[in-house]
Unconditional design. Structure first.
Length: 178
């Protein structure tokens, strides 16, 4: 998957200015795909040059450009959707640090593990807040909303598992100080 596919998806959901897209990205797609605002703007330029998106003047008095997906962008996204992709591989810096800690000892990793625990708890709170606000206890009848709900539920489950794992790991490592 590339940033272009993430941006095409986001623009299909709602045509936006670059600024609006970057802000929306931080509050939605950014939870599972990282990109800086600079990367987003650079990718928008590439997508414009490929004809996947175009811009429309938002207002004559304004210099804001609204990006929208063109037919060639829809074709690219459909082509990408039809291809297989491998399951995501855990690529987590923390796992390598733990392996190093296993050999070096000293429990230098404990503050970082605690920080990760706090971060996962904060992310869980954000996800649960979004879930309550957007879905409450009902099953959406609209396909798009149902998909968004299921993605959010997976995010919640992943955060819960991280928290459970860290809460198990931290006290044992603290007791096993070498």
């Amino acid at each position: 998957m590339s940033l272009a596919h993430v941006l095409l998806t986001s623009l299909l959901e709602k045509p936006s200015t670059g600024f609006e897209l970057a802000r929306r990205f931080d509050r939605s797609m950014g939870y599972f795909w990282n990109a800086t605002h600079q990367q987003i703007y650079r990718e928008l330029g590439h997508m414009l040059s490929k004809g996947w998106i175009s811009t429309v003047d938002e207002a004559q008095s304004s210099r804001k450009k609204v990006y929208q997906v063109e037919q060639s962008g829809r074709i690219e996204l459909a082509d990408w959707l039809s291809k297989q992709s491998p399951p995501a591989q855990l690529r987590e810096d923390l796992m390598v640090r733990l392996r190093a800690e296993a050999k070096l000892g000293g429990n230098l990793i404990l503050p970082e593990l605690q920080r990760h625990l706090t971060l996962h708890q904060e992310t869980l709170n954000i996800y649960q807040s979004i879930y309550q606000k957007d879905f409450g206890n009902h099953i959406p009848l609209q396909r798009t909303l149902y998909i968004h709900k299921m993605i959010l539920e997976l995010g919640i489950q992943l955060e819960l598992e991280w928290i459970k794992w860290l809460q198990q790991l931290i006290p044992v490592l603290a007791r096993l100080e070498e």
